[in-house]
Write a protein that binds this ligand. Structure first.
Ligand code: PRT
Ligand code: ZN
Length: 215
């Protein structure tokens, strides 16, 4: 993408996609979306929107090929990327939490010492337990983390929770929250953008802030 347009990366197909697109439309941006196409041109703003997996967005920003992104804070924290949260968007609320089987005798963090913890968030989990000075063995799984205690391969899990229904359905209960998360705009230091991009990034972020102030 060799032009001066700003590039914004959003989730291609997932929980944040619909609300992100709706937010961008509310911000007055006009663009067409097609399922096969991985990017859109904005008709009324010097912006391209690219559609990728959420986990890849911090890396693209770090590499400088994308200027701005919209992801859950959980993705940003997990990535250890240099990208910064610029605006909180007030949707995609959830929390990264520690849960155990309802039958387990574990009720507090200290009881997790030397246990096995399954998660798709190994960086956040390791950082949390290191800070608490509680040694644990973190097992990384890509999905369906909730099944691991039943299978006997973990003693606890660390996963995103929003309504709590999934935990309930799998006979799990939360014992501690690691952090809260919501959808955010992320970017590298905007003051170091080239001048043209800097002007339009500021304009775009102001549009976003205006929408948020109305809601
Ligand atoms: O394909 P891609 O990699 O882009 O998507 P993904 O599958 O990694 O992510 P996706 O689409 O599931 O979620 C995108 C983002 O939505 C997350 O990164 C969070 O910021 C946000 N979000 C908000 C959630 C949830 N709520 C949520 N509940 N992401 C996942 N969940 C899952 C959770 O992992 C668990 O399995 O939903 C289940 C629990 O939900 P409740 O309502 O039963 O508690
Ligand atoms: Zn993902």
């Amino acid at each position: 993408m060799d032009d001066n347009n700003l590039i914004l990366a959003i989730q291609k197909n997932g929980r944040l996609t619909e609300e992100t697109i709706s937010f961008l439309k509310q911000s007055g941006l006009e663009f067409e979306i097609s399922n096969q196409r991985l990017y859109s041109y904005c008709n009324n703003f010097p912006l391209r929107i690219i559609y990728i997996r959420d986990d890849d967005i911090p890396f693209y920003i770090k590499s400088g090929v994308v200027d701005l992104g919209i992801v859950g804070q959980n993705i940003l924290y997990e990535s250890n990327s240099s990208a910064k949260c610029v605006i909180k968007l007030n949707f995609g609320f959830c929390s990264l939490s520690i849960a155990v089987s309802k039958k387990a005798t574990i009720n507090n963090l200290k009881q997790l010492k030397n246990t096995r913890i399954a998660t798709s968030y190994p960086n956040s989990t390791n950082a949390y337990f290191r800070k608490k000075n509680i040694p644990v063995r973190v097992i990384t799984v890509k999905g369906s983390v909730e099944i691991t205690p039943v299978l006997g391969i973990s003693d606890a899990i660390v996963d995103l929770v929003s309504t709590g229904r999934t935990l309930e359905l799998n006979d799990l209960r939360v014992i501690e929250k690691i952090y809260d998360s919501q959808a955010v705009v992320i970017a590298n230091e905007i003051s170091s953008f080239p001048i043209y991009k800097k002007i339009f990034a500021k304009k775009l972020l102001n549009r976003f802030r205006k929408v948020l102030s109305k809601n």
